[in-house]
Design a protein around this ligand. Structure first.
Ligand SMILES: C[S@@+](CC[C@H](N)C(=O)[O-])C[C@H]1O[C@@H](n2cnc3c(N)ncnc32)[C@H](O)[C@@H]1O
Length: 298
């Protein structure tokens, strides 16, 4: 049965009106990432402001009685500076239409939005279990850090070397994140800004090999129905288009993963410049977040 959620009602009232269980409404709120706490505060603020405009001479105690609020709450919300602000930017308000709506789109220019939408739609948790290419953890500026953080070249003490994944038992995680470098070329590590920050591969074969390894490793450490979130990007190397995204999809399917969703991140910054060069191909301004799922049975 479809849930037509009303933020002004209690969870029980929503359940009764929609003819579903309280559990179903709670699950709906969790999946949609609805910020009920913020919505409740905002509702009180709006009610106080509205009543004070409608009846400018109304007393504090009358207001409190009419709105069924404490005098202190009324006092607080009469001050526009006390308008509640959303502390959790990843959750959505169903009252304040200026905040993000609950719609989840396949395209975004914000990777935090994509990652939090993947968490909401598929992982149903506040963060991922494991990141195999943690680097500096830019993914987790607004998302809690995964408990298990690895990298081939760890940049801090709380990130484990990738080799240590060999001690992990099969099927130990429900979600794994992979974001490999996409820069190729000898000397690129030193000369390119992105190469320095995120490391680069010496050859294109090394890049494809690393993708193979990470897909196989993720498949091993994910439990049945577990999710691999893999960020990838196509590139142009040595005069040839390298459709890495296509390769990753093909390889993942061979290994046994199902592709359950694709998100496209539109870059808001220039990654490469081709000033002065004749352009032969479209400049790549996007990358992908693939959501692969390990089947229940192999
Ligand atoms: C693009 S960065 C990841 C950025 C990260 N997602 C973040 O939020 O900061 C790629 C990471 O992959 C690691 N890496 C490089 N070569 C690798 C390889 N052959 N196998 C696995 N990881 C590799 C790098 O050390 C680097 O930290």
């Amino acid at each position: 049965m479809k849930i037509l959620y009303n933020p002004q009602e209690s969870i029980k009232e929503n359940a009764a009106r929609c003819g579903v269980t309280v559990y179903a409404v709670r699950k709906f709120i969790q999946r949609q990432g609805i910020d009920r706490r913020y919505d409740a505060q905002l509702q009180k603020y709006i009610a106080v402001q509205k009543l004070s405009k409608e009846k400018p001479s109304i007393s504090l105690s009358e207001m409190a009685r009419t709105l069924n609020l404490s005098i202190n709450t009324v006092k607080k919300y009469l001050d526009p500076a006390q308008k509640p602000s959303k502390s959790n930017t990843l959750k959505v308000s169903k009252i304040d239409t200026n905040t993000r709506t609950g719609n989840i789109n396949s395209v975004s220019n914000n990777q935090t939005e994509i990652l939090s939408n993947i968490l909401r739609l598929y992982v149903h948790s506040s963060t991922f279990d494991c990141d195999l290419t943690f680097s500096k953890g830019y993914f987790y500026k607004q998302i809690p850090l995964p408990q298990n953080r690895f990298d081939k070249y760890p940049e801090s003490d709380d990130v484990l070397p990738l080799e240590q994944t060999s001690t992990l038992t099969d099927g130990c995680f429900k979600s794994v994140v992979v974001d490999l470098p996409f820069i190729v070329g000898k000397g690129k590590k030193e000369s390119s800004m992105i190469g320095q920050r995120f490391s680069a591969f010496d050859t294109i074969d090394e890049l494809y090999g690393a993708n193979d390894n990470m897909l196989s490793l993720s498949f091993r450490i994910l439990g049945p129905k577990g999710f691999l979130i893999m960020k990838t990007m196509d590139c142009f190397n040595a005069g040839k288009q390298q459709w890495i995204s296509f390769y990753v999809q093909k390889k993942a399917a061979e290994i046994g993963f199902n592709l359950v969703d694709t998100f496209i991140l539109i870059s808001s910054t220039k990654l490469f410049t081709n000033q002065g060069l004749v352009q032969h191909h479209a400049r790549k301004f996007h990358s992908y977040f693939f959501v692969f799922q390990k089947p229940l049975k192999q």
